[in-house]
Design a protein around this ligand. Structure first.
Ligand SMILES: Nc1ncnc2c1ncn2[C@@H]1O[C@H](COP(=O)(O)OP(=O)(O)OP(=O)(O)O)[C@@H](O)[C@H]1O
Ligand SMILES: [Mg+2]
Length: 216
């Protein structure tokens, strides 16, 4: 099995007196959809952030896309290939309008303005968000912001998706549509979720994070 992202003995603490993750081993292989759950505050979001270098481990190694990744420079490439859906959409969206937020990633990857516009349109349409292009992002509802965040991630066509509670705050039809969309995507995924349907219908494997950063 080809590993896309691998953590070997990763230890991380925001405050040295209180380690969040202690020698964690985790592998995401091609074709997998791993549901990650565990109590509030246990370190699930931190684990995703480690995978893309938003925080760096105090001990252990992170491999992604065939190479060990140590410093910020290494992780720039990882972030282009592994799309992170933030738990809080306000961390994801920072442009004035929806179209600018969704175009940001493709433009950053070197796409032309015309190509980015095409990607924005197609991605919003695939998520049932056509017509929101010119909306001011901070005037969207919570559920709309969540879907626009997902559009911003998918627009970059990442090879891996790291989704932090993607179905949170969605109404039932939107949640069902999102599950369908995610089920049709070819990418390997880590999905932090307590949603039973995510675990039962989407996941190929479920991992539970427990106190001290133990994974079971
Ligand atoms: N930037 C930060 N500075 C200091 N402590 C932090 C920071 N971010 C998270 N923590 C702490 O690290 C621990 C793990 O947080 P994390 O957000 O990874 O948990 P989680 O499992 O995602 O929780 P939830 O289910 O509530 O989203 C918590 O005790 C949290 O308070
Ligand atoms: Mg979290």
């Amino acid at each position: 099995m080809t590993s896309l992202v691998r953590l070997d003995g990763v230890t991380f603490a925001y405050d040295p007196a209180r380690p969040v993750l202690d020698r964690v081993d985790f592998t995401l292989a091609a074709g997998e959809r791993v549901a990650l759950n565990g109590p509030n505050g246990i370190g699930k979001t931190t684990l995703l952030h480690l995978m893309v270098g938003l925080v760096l481990p105090q001990a252990g190694c992170i491999h992604a896309f065939g190479r060990e990744r140590r410093c910020e420079k290494d992780f720039v490439e990882v972030r282009a290939r592994a799309g992170l859906l933030f738990q809080d959409a306000d961390d994801q969206l920072f442009c004035p309008t929806v179209a600018e937020d969704v175009a940001f990633g493709p433009l950053n990857l070197g796409k032309s303005k015309a190509e980015a516009r095409r990607i924005v349109h197609a991605t919003l349409e695939s998520l049932g968000l056509a017509g929101l292009e010119e909306r001011v992002t901070h005037t969207l509802s919570g559920g709309q912001r969540r879907l626009v965040s997902l559009a911003a991630v998918l627009a970059m066509a990442p090879e891996v998706l790291l989704l932090d509670e993607p179905t949170n705050a969605l109404d039932e039809p939107t949640r069902a549509r999102l599950l369908e969309i995610l089920g049709d995507l070819p990418q390997a995924m880590v999905i932090v979720s307590h949603d039973r349907d995510v675990i039962e219908r989407l996941a190929t494997r479920t991992v539970r994070l427990e106190a001290g950063g133990r994974l079971s």
